[in-house]
Design a protein around this ligand. Sequence first.
Ligand SMILES: [Zn+2]
Length: 144
Amino acid sequence: MSIMEDVLLNAKSAVDTVGKKAGNVFDKSKLRLASLDIRTELSKKYRILGRVCYEAQTTGKNYDKNIEKLVAAITELNSELARINEMIAKSEKKVKCTSCGTYNTRGAVFCSKCGTKLEQNVSEEEYSEEELLGFAEEIMDEDV
Ligand SMILES: [Zn+2]
């Protein structure tokens, strides 16, 4: 398959696929799988984007529309990834840094990224399977 065909076929379908997968997500292992899938898809998209930009520069052809689609798909995948990662972090009672937003392991005193002293607000209860399923449904609804 040529790069351009790949771009056109995948720009939208990837997001649809991820949305459908997220719909079946209700436990941590599935959340992790969804997270991994999205990251794999993201790196593929970034590679294609790089290639398309290269082709545009070297051939002088206008690929603006393809680039636009790719950027939109990447943006959507990134926000999807952020939400899934947040669900994983919350289900593991990780501590969110109030300064930079990084999730740190339970019991950490300082943020692993920026060094801010963490507030130990881990008292919030672990999400139940039903709650996680609820989140997945929310994602489904928004993506339709
Ligand atoms: Zn931080």
